[in-house]
Ligand binder design. Structure first.
Ligand code: UD1
Ligand code: CA
Length: 425
């Protein structure tokens, strides 16, 4: 086994994201609740490599660096990634040369692209475990757009030919360059210093330097025979949609393996960083966003959207056309129909009637609503936050409970604005 302490990592994200045409960097495109780049970082994390660097270009540096700081990924924010700047997007070879400026003089370097969000940690580990230099390739039904890998008859790698430089015959080759390499740093520095940009795109290709090193150092090509999905590179929004579809499938599969009942995976969208307990049933057309926690034995949907900060304790229910955000439901609480719960806390076994709205936003600030255990909120109630409904209290259908007009425990309010009902004499 190779000495992994000498392994460092470089992610390339210095391109202009021209083909996605969104104006912004593709590295930050949302993919199942996480920026594309975060998926790449998470694939790298388990390697426990030495130094980590990412190459950014001046055009997109600011938003990517801001996100890296916010996410605690940047070295300045306690993370492990340092940033190298590539002044001009002159190709992947040039990008690596820029990255090497912030990396050690010696050791091995795992290089990967910032646009391949499906790569698994296991595949990266396999590459890192090779004794010397290594290249990841894959067999593709549709190799369009990727660099094709050509071999000598002896089996030794010969060339990687980019789509733009390929003739019809080479375009038929189904083995492609996944854009993941483990290369000796000293050899890289030497090869890149001698590189040229004599190709259809006028770019300095990393592939040229990589092939040269693999040939002279007797490196290996590790081929994924069934890896077309895993190596998917997001160059266009069509590929972004495909990546999202595949990641979603992967996520739902993990959840089902862990005991979550998903009636219709085709219409269920569950993002990353969502926890769901076993025995919970998800009905069709449900969206659960990143940052949601659901306990065991709950029921959600159909047609529900759970947004960030939603917490459902054991056995609670969110039914059709219900949206929640920053809302917690204690055990056995129910909101079964047509409801918005935002910045709200719902007590144990409370029942939220059809059409209830927590009016949490006053145009400037968000405010909280507290609903006590066993409270019964009548249909069509509007709770204007900040407001509190006591334990066991009841609001009549159509009540509008004004802000600050807290409803006492076990009392009943009705009307617009809601007032306590006088006990019958
Ligand atoms: C690249 C490979 C191709 C491989 C494919 C795998 C080269 C020349 N081609 O092609 O063989 O099949 O990836 O997905 O390497 N970048 C920079 N600076 C630049 C140019 C690119 O940092 O000047 C970054 C991009 O932001 C991107 C990555 O490098 O994250 C790859 O660049 P991209 O333009 O997407 O290369 P491909 O055409 O996909
Ligand atoms: Ca790419």
């Amino acid at each position: 086994m190779a000495d992994s302490s000498a392994l460092h990592v470089l992610v390339l994200a210095g391109g202009n994201s021209t083909r996605t045409r969104t104006g912004g960097p593709k590295a930050l495109l949302d993919l199942c609740g996480l920026p594309l780049l975060e998926h790449v970082f998470r694939a790298v994390d388990p390697l426990g490599a030495g130094q980590h660097a990412i190459v950014l270009g001046p055009k997109h540096r600011e938003p990517i660096e801001a996100w890296m700081n916010k996410a605690g990924r940047h070295v300045d924010a306690g993370g492990q990634w340092s940033i190298a700047i590539q002044p001009e997007a002159r190709g992947t070879g040039d990008a690596v040369a820029c990255g090497l400026e912030v990396l050690p003089q010696k050791g091995r370097l795992l290089i990967l692209c910032g646009d391949t969000p499906l790569l698994s940690p296991e595949t990266l580990q396999t590459l890192a475990d090779q004794d010397g230099d290594a290249l990841l390739t894959a067999l593709c039904q549709d190799p369009t757009g990727y660099g094709r890998v050509l071999y000598e008859e002896s089996g030794r790698i010969l060339r990687i030919v980019e789509e733009a430089d390929a003739d019809e015959e080479i375009k038929q080759v189904g083995e492609i360059n996944a854009g993941v390499y483990v290369l000796d740093i000293a050899s890289l520095r030497k090869a890149l210093a001698a590189a040229d940009n004599d190709n259809a795109q006028g770019e300095f290709y990393l592939t040229d330097a990589a092939v040269e090193i693999l040939r002279s150092n007797e490196g290996v090509c590790v081929c994924l025979e069934d890896g077309e999905a895993e190596i998917l590179g997001v160059n266009t929004l069509q590929q972004h949609a495909t990546a999202q579809y595949l990641l979603r499938e992967r996520r739902l599969d993990e959840l089902m393996t862990a005991g979550v009942i998903i009636d219709d995976p085709n219409t269920t969208f569950i993002e990353y960083d969502v926890e769901i307990g076993p025995g919970t049933r998800i009905h069709p057309c449900t969206v659960i966003r990143a940052g949601v926690q659901v306990g065991a034995g709950c029921e959600i949907g159909p047609f529900a959207q759970l947004r960030v900060g939603t917490q459902m304790a054991e056995g609670s229910v969110i039914g059709n056309f219900v949206e929640t955000k920053n809302a917690s439901l204690a055990a056995g609480a129910k909101a079964k129909h047509l409801t918005y719960l935002g910045d709200a806390e719902v007590g144990e076994r409370a029942n939220i009637g059809c059409g209830t709205i927590t009016a949490n936003y006053d145009g400037k600030n968000k405010h909280r609503t507290e609903i006590g255990a066993r409270a019964f909120i009548g249909s069509g109630t509007v709770l204007v936050a900040p407001v509190r409904v006591g334990a066991g209290a009841m609001t009549a259908a159509g009540s509008v409970v004004l802000k600050g007009r807290h409803v006492e425990d076990d009392s009943v309010v009705a009307g617009v604005p809601a007032r306590p009902l006088k006990p019958v004499e």
